[in-house]
Structures are given as C-alpha cells and as structure tokens.
Design a protein around this ligand. Structure first.
Ligand code: BG6
Length: 492
C-alpha cells in the first residue's frame, strides 16, 4: 500500500538555531525526507538563521553533513540532495541586535506561507518576535513554531505565553510536543474514534487501569546541565506523558479539529487530581563498573553524568494518577518513565477488568483482555484475547495476542514510519494546529505539576537508586503490587 503524498503550498521556512542540534538531527532531515517524497514544491526556501558567520556554501555543506549523518548516506540521492540544497539559504543573525534582519527580510517572500521555527533558548523568543515585526518580516499570517521546554513552571510558562501573545495571535503559534507527531499516537485517536468496538468499553466500568510507559536506555551524559535542572517530571511527564494521557482519557471531540480536540484535552488536565506523595516513586540511576570481556559495559552513574554528587534530580519516575470525572472515577492511570532502563520501549496498556463471572470455574485461571498500543519500537497494537487451548484436554483457557504491527499490516512501503518532526513541520505549513499544544493546555499541565515538584523540593529527599539496565527502583514495583496489579515487563 503506497501512501498518497499531497504537496503543500509554497512556503518559506526560517529556522532560528539553524546550526543547532535539533535542526541538524530532526528538522532538516525531516524536511529532506518530505522533499524527497514530493511534498515540498520547488521554489520553497528553507533559511537557516544563526549567530555564526557562515557563507551560503559553508552552511549548505553543514546541512549536507547533517543529512548524511541523520538521514543516512545510503538514503540520499545525489539529484534530490542537490535540488534540496538549492532551497537552502543562510543568514548570520543577532537575535538581540540589528545584524542580519534586513537580509532575512530579503529571503522571506510576501506571496507565500512564511513560518519561523524558534529552535533557540526561550529567553530569546521575545527578542526574535519583536524584531520579526519591527523589520516588517512577520504579519498576521505568519506562523511560529516553538519547542519545549515551554517554561519550567506555571509562572515562567505564563510569562512566555504573554511574550508571544504580544506579537502573535494564538492561531499563529505552534507549540511542538513531538510525541503528538508519532504515528501510533495519532492512531490512538483513529482506534478510539474510528471504531465502534472500543469506545463503549472505554471507561471505569470496563477498564481496570491504564499503564503508560516510556522507557529509555540512554542516560543524560552530554545534556547533564539541562537535565539536572529538569528531571523526568519536567522533561517527560509534564509534556509527553501528559499528552498521551490526554488522548487516552479525553471525551470524543465533535470534530477532528484543532480547538475541538484541544478543548477535550484541556478538560482532562483540569480533571487531574493532585498526586499524593506516597503515590509517586522517584529514582536515579546508579553506575556499573563493567567487567570481564563479555560482561556488560561500564556505565557512569547519574551524578557523574550531571557532574553533581549531591544531585536530587530524578531520572526515573513512576506515579499513580487519577482523572476525576464521570468516565474515569476509580480507574487509575499509572505513568512511568526513566533513563538507563532495560530497553527502549514506549507503550500504553489498557488493562480491562475480569469477566464478571467465570463460567469455566477457578481452574480456568484469571484472564484479562489487555490492549497494548506500542509507540516504539515496532509501532503497532496488540489485543490480548482469551481462547480455549487447542486440543482435547478439556476447557483450558489461554491468552493469545491479536497482533497488528503496522509495518506488517500496511506493507513494506510503509515500513519507514514518518518521523514525528517531519509530520509536524508539514502540519505547520498546512496550517493545522490539531497536534500542537495550546497555551492554556501548557499552563494547566504546569498548574498540576508545580505542587508535586514543590513537595519534593521541601521534602529534600534523595530519589531511590536503581541499577542501569533494570526496570527502575524496586519501590516502583510496589506501587502496583500493593494494589494487586503489576507493571508490564520492559523487555530487552
Ligand atoms: C525529549 C526529552 O523531549 O524526548 C528527552 O527531552 C527524551 O530526554 C526524548 O530522550 C524522547 O523522545 P523519543 O522520541 O526518542 O521517545
């Protein structure tokens, strides 16, 4: 099955922070892939803007190197690459001064969509927005894209929203949470609202609990300074896990349209109960000294990665969350995320309740339907159903998976699932804000998060240590065990 590519309208996209890590790793490779797929028309411009003094050719060389590294040398076609580099421009700009702005104005044309990606520190948002307007580069049709972290608490997020609102209308602001661009995350909406099968069961009457796990194997070395000021709560829960929770828990919007969807997500965030301290477990990874050949490799402990032996920041968090509304009263959501865990595995598991009465007697055992939505790797969904064990041995029940791995189900052409950034940048050009966070959503998420973090700061406790390559601290298992539930295994 080959997917249809509809080209977008002509645009000029400027990337502030055009030489930065995000541009190199995600934005430019994503644009290249969309160009190669025929979605970006010739004549568009992609303008890198950054502080360094670089010639046009030197920047194109940098772009070309980034594509070789992050798209893959073998996936670049020389003709396509040449044509793509033809779209690229560079401006050396001073975000807080005068340099470069008139030149940028020369690159951004009036007769097409213009978008500006603020891939820079949030402290520069105001200065850039002001200059875009001051130099007549932006108007009320301009779109701007901003990245997380969107503030570090409610107060700073409000301040950022106010700064942006001085220059742009909410309909012009695209706040990225790249989890919303993941294929399976969108499929979650298709699954819930495109089928009649699940929605009648999607409530506390039938769902025992829901688990959301985002496990990573990487540590925080190389970004210790940022991470140690954030921790898993600010880095992952306030945004990515919260968005997943919203899509699982929200009421059906009346339309798949930006404000209809975002209104429903906002209601979920506002319905979150404050989390009790004994329903959260924080962890911090230890090191591993390595060993004989064949043994596992050496891993530095968290405190060495962030260069602070006394750090109390969490690299792991597990928590029980309640959505207090009619649909979900009594069905807990368990959230878990961490670095240096056993495997890279992100999934949502909807664990249904037991059948109300077992006609097969106690020896048939306990069987539950579990719907698993895998975000990565091997994007797909599995529904565990109970059947009779084949054979003549009486009525024995077993659980078997009804498995749909997207790459298998949709054929080989789709095996390269579109990267989240790729899709989201195209949505900006299409002017579709559905998969972007609205200002009030971000603020509501911080309003829920702040008291939790404030509680830790005043308690001043160390997170529980956990072994690298494990499933996190033992205490996080207890969070479920004490309620007669268990986390799904994180599999290597
Ligand atoms: C980022 C976090 O937003 O998401 C990182 O800052 C994290 O700490 C990353 O590793 C995870 O994204 P993905 O797409 O690899 O799951």
């Amino acid at each position: 099955m080959v997917s249809r590519v509809i080209p977008v309208d002509p645009f000029d996209l400027t990337i502030f922070g055009g030489t930065g890590d995000l541009a190199r790793r995600k934005i430019l490779p994503g644009l290249y892939r969309r160009f190669a797929a025929g979605q970006i028309p010739d004549g568009c411009r992609i303008v890198g803007a950054a502080r360094s003094d670089l010639s046009q050719d030197a920047y194109r060389d940098e772009v070309s190197d980034a594509l070789a590294e992050f798209v893959g040398k073998d996936k670049l076609s020389p003709d396509t690459l040449k044509a793509f580099l033809g779209l690229i421009r560079y401006v050396s700009i001073d975000a807080t001064g005068d340099k470069g702005w008139s030149e940028l104005k020369g690159h951004v044309r009036d007769d097409r969509i213009s978008a500006f990606y603020f891939s820079v520190a949030p402290s520069l948002f105001g200065a850039i927005a002001e200059r875009l307007h001051g130099h007549g580069i932006a108007d009320d049709t301009t779109r701007i894209v901003v990245e997380k972290p969107f503030g570090r608490d409610l107060e700073s997020a409000r301040a950022l929203n106010r700064t942006l609102a001085e220059h742009f209308d909410e309909t012009q602001i695209y706040r990225i949470d790249h989890y919303l661009g993941k294929e399976t995350v969108q499929n979650l909406m298709a699954l819930r609202f495109g089928n009649v099968l699940f929605e009648p069961l999607w409530n506390s009457q039938f769902v025992d609990h829901i688990q959301i796990t985002v496990a990573e194997t990487v540590g925080v070395a190389g970004r210790g300074e940022y991470y140690d000021r954030s921790g898993a709560m600010r880095d992952m829960v306030q945004n990515h896990l919260m968005q997943l929770l919203c899509l699982i828990a929200m009421e059906p919007p009346s339309q798949f349209e930006p404000d209809a969807v975002r209104d429903e997500k906002l209601k979920v965030i506002r319905a979150l109960e404050p989390v009790k301290p004994d329903e959260i477990v924080r962890g911090q990874y230890e090191g591993r000294s390595g060993g004989q050949s064949g043994a596992k490799s050496r891993v530095a402990p968290y405190h060495a990665d962030v260069d602070d032996p006394d750090s109390r920041t969490e690299s792991f968090i597990a928590m029980k969350v309640h959505v207090s509304n009619w649909r979900w009263a009594g069905t807990p959501f368990y959230l878990r995320t961490g670095k240096r865990l056993k495997a890279r595995q992100s999934e949502i598991a909807v664990v249904f309740k037991d059948a109300p009465h077992s006609i097969f007697g106690a020896e048939a055992g306990r069987h539950r339907n579990i719907l698993t939505i895998r975000l990565q790797p091997n994007e797909g969904m599995t529904l565990g159903v109970t059947i009779k064990e084949p054979g003549p041995g009486g009525m024995r029940l077993i659980d078997v998976p009804l498995d749909m791995t997207f790459a298998d189900a949709l054929g080989a052409e789709n095996d390269q699932v579109t990267d989240a950034y790729e899709r989201l940048v195209m949505d900006v050009i299409r002017g579709n804000q559905t998969l972007f966070m609205r200002g009030d959503e971000v603020e509501a998420a911080w309003a829920w998060t702040d008291p939790i973090i404030d509680g830790w700061v005043s308690a001043d406790k160390r997170p529980y240590p956990y072994e690298p390559g494990s499933a996190g601290p033992e205490e996080s298992q207890m969070l479920l065990h004490r309620e007669n539930r268990r986390w799904r295994e994180i599999r290597e």
